[in-house]
Design a protein. Structure first.
Length: 277
């Protein structure tokens, strides 16, 4: 399935449109300030309910792109439109989950998941019910009263995911959320986020350095170039879920992404397997 056929297959009910996006920073090369281009003419459309993964060389601007979508950073020119509204006016429609869990150690699991709802003045009864629903979804019901120091790294990240889902965003942005986890916990979370996506049908944009992870999770993989960053290629992952990152059926797609990434001088966290196949 090519990209055009894929966009048609998801109904092309677009939730996010990025057009001609440009972003640069002011830097200093010793002779004074200069403009450092980061994002160059980024054009991207994301379908509602799509699981989109983004990969590219280190420092190419993946996190910058997420920050712009989230309304945390400005940009020089172009348009970023979510459900008909320019970012950042979309506000509560977007939740971002970081590599570091950003939870509150003085609150237990239940209280952490309820926190955003409390800030929105949701009633205590509704907060409790909603938090319980998403704590169950991430498999932590028996730890609802536990504090962070009693949890593993993978469990903390599950709490962060539950807290984000409890806010019922239109888009869930995830910035290398499994990057700090060991292989076992990473595998568990990869399987669990696929289950959560299947249950909630949330639109997810997931940044990762790991090519296998990108192919395993994504409906589509967007490959970015070195800075000034543009979209080099997009790969449709037309494979049934659940998937495992080591699944032989994904090897050809993984190697295709790796070949293009190799041209950018960066393999990420994956190395090619039988790249001559």
């Amino acid at each position: 399935m090519n990209l055009r056929e894929y966009m048609g297959s998801i109904g092309t009910k677009s939730i996010l449109q990025i057009s001609k996006l440009e972003k640069s920073y002011l830097g200093n090369n010793g002779d004074g300030q200069r403009t450092l281009p980061v994002l160059n003419d980024i054009n991207l459309e994301v379908g509602e309910g799509e699981f989109l993964t983004v990969i590219g060389p280190s420092g190419c601007g993946k996190t910058t792109l997420l920050n712009i979508i989230a309304g945390l950073e400005g940009y020089d020119s172009g348009d970023v439109v979510l459900t008909g509204h320019s970012v950042p006016s979309s506000g509560q429609d977007i939740v971002m989950i970081f590599q570091e869990d950003a939870l509150f150690p003085w609150l237990n699991v239940q209280e952490n998941v309820e926190f955003g709802l409390k800030q929105r003045h949701v009633s205590k009864e509704v907060r409790k019910k909603t938090a319980e629903q998403y704590i169950k979804m991430v498999g932590l019901t028996s730890f609802a009263g536990s504090f962070l120091h009693q949890l593993s790294g993978g469990m903390k990240q599950r709490v962060a995911i539950a807290r984000g889902l409890a806010l019922n965003p239109r888009i869930l942005l995830m910035d290398e959320p499994f990057g700090a986890l060991d292989a076992k916990n990473r595998d568990i979370l990869q399987r669990q986020i696929q289950e959560i996506h299947g249950q909630t049908k949330k639109t997810i944009i997931f940044v990762t350095h790991d090519v296998r992870e990108a192919v395993c999770l994504g409906d589509r993989v967007v490959l970015l170039t070195h800075t000034p960053t543009r979209i080099k290629r997009q790969f449709v992952i037309d494979r049934p879920r659940p998937r495992r990152s080591e699944d032989p059926a994904l090897r050809g797609l993984t190697n295709a992404v790796l070949r293009d990434l190799k041209e950018e001088g960066d393999f990420g966290e994956s190395e090619p397997e039988n790249i001559t196949e």
